[in-house]
Design a protein around this ligand. Structure first.
Ligand SMILES: N[C@@H](CCC(=O)N[C@@H](CS)C(=O)NCC(=O)O)C(=O)O
Length: 402
């Protein structure tokens, strides 16, 4: 049975603890979203085995049950399947609350949610550094893709299957909108992230102190599978930001305390502190991405207002796409403009933070709002989605009217 986002909380409460046998993570090493989930499972000490999407059980049972060919899919020991890393994290965090990946303080938690949002939904840089540096990357990436289809295949087989997947990934080009004139902007974004995190990891093991948060795990999407593993961006990372490289390496280890930080307690920073480096990172993410969320929210509002008859639960895509684009949008990016698909799924991820903010008691809300104003996130967090978004059967859908 596939767990919808509406089911995950109740199911997690029902099956508190490890259950009978390990979880199964269906994913791949070259996959962005598998990277954040694998790191999370390891750091939380959750027992799991990992299988590729070519595994017979994935093809015959798991993927059809989830109605999704995406990875990762998590199968619980009880046989429930969950696609989508946001749903997987919400489920596991309830079932395994210790050590917490959600900092308890409102400032740290807001910052962690925002880093996760931008890293998981906004980092086109990862795609750019994989697919626009063909000469250094292609051989490795194609073989890696091929291997998740034919794990013990010959080089010829890997090249054959890998090229099929590579062509599909290249098909995302128009949706992403990274034209050659934007290549310098992509490089500037990657360098800004590396430089900011390199400064941060000089004195602090994770974003908010001695425990990894959802923000850290979100960053593992782009910083592991693509930027920390494909030959060219890995080279850049190792040369420019060796501490970031070590962080990536350590995020895949099960232990929480890294040897460089043996003296840092396994706890979030006291007094709900958000380090300046993390503020700088989020400020930059907000400048680069807020216009995308604003334009996407406008298209969503237009789409909803054109269909006042829709019942809650109506799927947004006419052709059964799980993460539909709401149309092309043109937004500014580092002195240029970029025309790309409007990612409705990212609005759904954002909405989870908006709902959390709306439910905060007044004093905590004031603390979160003050941080948002300071880091340039107030406009993003004041977006009104007219009608809530939900996911049903792993398809994005309009929710019930508020
Ligand atoms: N929102 C999903 C995204 C998952 C996703 O897009 N995964 C990629 C691999 S990293 C995928 O399966 N892509 C299939 C495709 O693009 O056809 C999540 O958070 O799990």
């Amino acid at each position: 049975m596939s767990l919808d986002i509406g089911d995950v909380h109740a199911a997690a409460e029902r099956f508190r603890g490890p259950g009978d046998g390990p979880f199964t993570l269906y994913g791949a090493y070259a996959s962005f979203y598998t990277g954040k989930t694998r790191s999370y499972l390891r750091k939380k000490g959750i027992p799991f085995v990992e299988r590729l999407p070519s595994h017979p059980r994935f093809r015959q049972e798991v993927s059809p049950a989830a109605r999704s060919k995406r990875i990762p899919i998590l199968e619980t020991p009880e046989g429930h399947v969950i696609q989508d890393t946001t749903a997987i994290f919400e489920y596991l965090e309830r079932r395994f609350p210790d050590p917490p990946a959600l900092p308890p303080g409102p400032r740290q938690r807001l910052a962690a949610y925002l880093v996760d949002l931008f890293a998981s939904e906004g980092l086109k840089v990862a795609w750019h550094y994989r697919w626009n540096f063909q000469e250094p990357n292609r051989h490795f990436v194609v073989r890696e893709f091929g291997r998740s289809f034919k794990p013990q295949g010959s080089d010829e087989l890997l090249d054959h299957y890998g090229n099929v997947v590579a062509a599909r990934m290249d098909g995302h080009r128009p949706r992403l909108g990274i034209t050659p004139e934007l290549f310098p902007a992509m490089e500037a974004i990657y360098f800004d992230i590396l430089d900011t995190l390199e400064a941060h990891f000089t004195t602090t093991p994770y974003l908010f102190g001695g425990l990894p948060s959802v923000g850290d795990f979100g960053l593992m999407g782009p910083l592991f599978a693509h930027l920390g593993r494909d030959p060219w961006p890995l080279h850049v990372m190792q040369q420019r930001a060796p501490r970031v490289f070590r962080w990536v390496e350590h995020m895949n280890a099960p232990e929480i305390v890294a040897p460089e930080f043996w003296d840092v307690p396994e706890a979030y920073l006291p007094d709900d502190q958000v380090p300046d480096t993390v503020k700088r990172l989020i400020r930059m993410f907000c400048v680069d991405n807020t216009p995308v969320y604003q334009a996407t929210a406008t298209l969503y509002r237009d789409w909803v207002e054109a269909r006042p008859y829709l019942l809650g639960g109506s799927v947004i895509s006419d052709d059964d796409e799980d993460q539909p684009n709401l149309g092309p949008i043109t937004t500014p990016l580092r002195g240029h403009s970029i025309t790309a698909g409007a990612p409705a799924h990212a609005l759904w991820v954002l909405q989870r933070t908006l709902d959390w903010l709306a439910a905060l008691p007044p004093a905590e809300r004031a603390a979160a709002d003050a941080l948002a104003a300071e880091i340039g996130a107030a406009d993003l967090l004041s977006l009104d989605l007219v009608r809530p978004l939900t996911r049903i059967g792993n398809r994005l859908a309009v929710g019930d009217r508020p």
